[in-house]
Write a protein that binds this ligand. Sequence first.
Ligand code: IPD
Ligand code: CA
Ligand code: CA
Length: 269
Amino acid sequence: MMTPLMQQIAEAALEAGRIMKSADQEHLSTINKEGHANFVTKYDMQVQRFLMEKLAAILPEAHFVGEENGQEVFLPEYKNGFTFVIDPIDGTTNFMKAYRPSVTSIGLLKDGEPYLGVIYNPYTDQLYRAEKGLGAFENDRRITTSPVPLSDSLVSMGTAPYYGPEISRSAFEIGYWYLDKSIDIRRSGSAANDICMVASGRTGLFFEPQLGLWDYAAGAVILAEAGGQFCDMHGKPIPFTGKTSFLGVSGAIAGNGGYMPPEELMHGF
Ligand code: IPD
Ligand code: CA
Ligand code: CA
């Protein structure tokens, strides 16, 4: 059973997925954004426009933070009421190359706090969703994080090439640090999907040295409702206002401790 609010937002995500799947991937032109290998396609813009219109009809009073609409951070005046945080296509480079996954991600903050999250992978028809206090779901199945220790878990990592060499080197060094503490490392190309993989118990931990609010806002609600935990990579709480490092982990690994990477491997973030 979904609440009426969740039902409407989930429908918007499904429709966004249909737009993604309608793309003519063989003739996809891209525009370069700031930094090395930072792309946007006309579908990122089209899905963002669609979602802003659709979601504004659902909650007309809500503010918007979105990757492709120029409003990239949470403003102090958003502290009261609802704010949608959207990443129309998370995994744009995957999308361009017809490599998977790419997902659409819709987060909703209430008074600046995570409240609701919907992440949809249209290529596998997996819809992840959670509302504060009501549990997390993959389609109609309730999900929880994995019960196994880090030594029996996959770890996934993110490494955006446009944040510069220092952060990238750190990401790989930290990935290497996790390699012999886990069963292997994965890098999917979609941070929102990576967070869902921890929430649904497929991986035990995900980290990335730099994410935008739209990359983690929806996933964080889903992960917390699935029994997982998140913080920045220095172990500090995430304020949900903009860029941060991110570490999401299963409840079991969090309970055992010893999973935070050493500070001396963190450079530039
Ligand atoms: C990116 C993806 C990628 C992560 C980057 C993000 P985009 O989002 O989530 O996995 O490593 O940090 O920026 O640009 O595809 O929406
Ligand atoms: Ca993204
Ligand atoms: Ca994006």
